[in-house]
Design a protein around this ligand. Sequence first.
Ligand code: NAD
Length: 472
Amino acid sequence: MSRTLNVRNPRNGELDYTIEAANEAAIQSKAIKLRDAQKTWRQFSLEDRASKLKDFARLVGQHKDEISAALEIDTGRRKIAALEVDTLVGTIMGWTAQTDGLIPTGWTQGRSNPAIQHAPQLIPYALVGVISPWNFPLVLSMIDTVPALLAGCSVMIKPSEVTPRFADVMSSVIAQSPLADILCFVQGDGQTGAALIENVDAICFTGSVATGRKVAIAAATNMIPAFLELGGKDPLIVLEDSNLEHATDAALRGSTLATGQACQSIERVYVQNSILEEFTTLLATKANAAKLNWPEISSGHIGPIIFDKQAAILTSHIEDAVAKGAKVLSGGKVENHGGGLWLNPTVLTNVNHSMKVMVDETFGPIIPVMGFDTKEEAVSMANDSEYGLSAAVFAGNLKDATALGMQIEAGAISINDAALTSLFHEAEKHSFKLSGMGGSRMGPVGFQRFLRRKALIANTGAPAPLSVFSED
Ligand code: NAD
């Protein structure tokens, strides 16, 4: 029995879209077809698969207006919707331009026994599952999909039930493309996601730590690899000799872009006490100048809160901080405009680690700023977190910033900027602590994750007889 799910429009709160959640039987039958088609797909050369992916990218480009129109309703924002489509095309072009040397070939003579040669084989997983969140619906549904397809896998994607409209448009684009038989979206919620994991050979998951844990357990039970990219609580450290114009620009953009609904958002800022007041005054001035993209979608900087339940978390973080002594320098209240929920960039001072806003993932445009005296203190506060996704450091020179960055327990450190991992996808990085597991999705290893190593081992001499191992 399929289930009908209602979908909320983030700009007006109306339930104006429905999806049919795929059930176990529907997923099983799609999985059989994808596995079958993958037998042909994996036989193509890497160059042929790259060429078909480029054809798909061109088709996505031709349908940019329809895809971004759907994403615009899903997310309530226009410019980032269009950028998501451009990013997908760029991602495909980036991966398909670097196929040289990705697949090793030939026989190698053994070091321990020259008579034995080995030839490494790379065998793609037949079917990779991708489960994605609502904050960047298109980019995060395709970020692992593209290298998996290039590696020779087929892929089944379950996007978030909060933002499913774009996936229906993508399905019709895929149907016209050379990927029609080896790539599909299935709509649904957590139940559908759980069923998908039961039918794939590897799972890529982007989402919360709580769901990530369930995915990891299901994957372990089925003995399939799980690549998990989860939440964060990214710190930004600002040393006293930093360029304050740059540091406040980066802090504001890094924590409020996409309404702070980004895993690599700056969620807490530590500023050396000698410049704390100057920094917070400048940051609050810039934060107060930011505008909501309401009533016109094509104006302002801050889109609606996409997932209405997130608004309650933002309010609880602000209220908890204020009750414990925090001061609000800008924003501070979730506003209801015509049924949609918005929050202006909210700068908080007088904060400490007893407050939720400094330790729990906020996922909104809230910028709590705390002072420190010594670099050791700053590093210790930055590391006082169960998350380790990424972090940022501002300093007057690269040497000091690098030295500090090396001490922070996180997988990527932006230096003299913030949240650079959203703009630059070439650097390999792991998610530290609870922020994830399973290898870098960036860089060449992001492709290698989808290939199992198989060793052909040939003896060019005589096989050893049992007598070699005799105890006599
Ligand atoms: P979520 O964990 O609630 O949901 C993510 C996806 O998992 C959705 O598609 C959902 O339907 C599915 N799901 C739910 N229960 C499931 C189950 N039992 N089995 C399988 N699938 C299930 O996350 P969200 O609220 O959509 O996204 C926000 C979170 O994602 C934040 O924590 C954010 O930090 C994180 N995120 C991380 C990254 C990263 O790269 N590290 C990027 C973006 C977002």
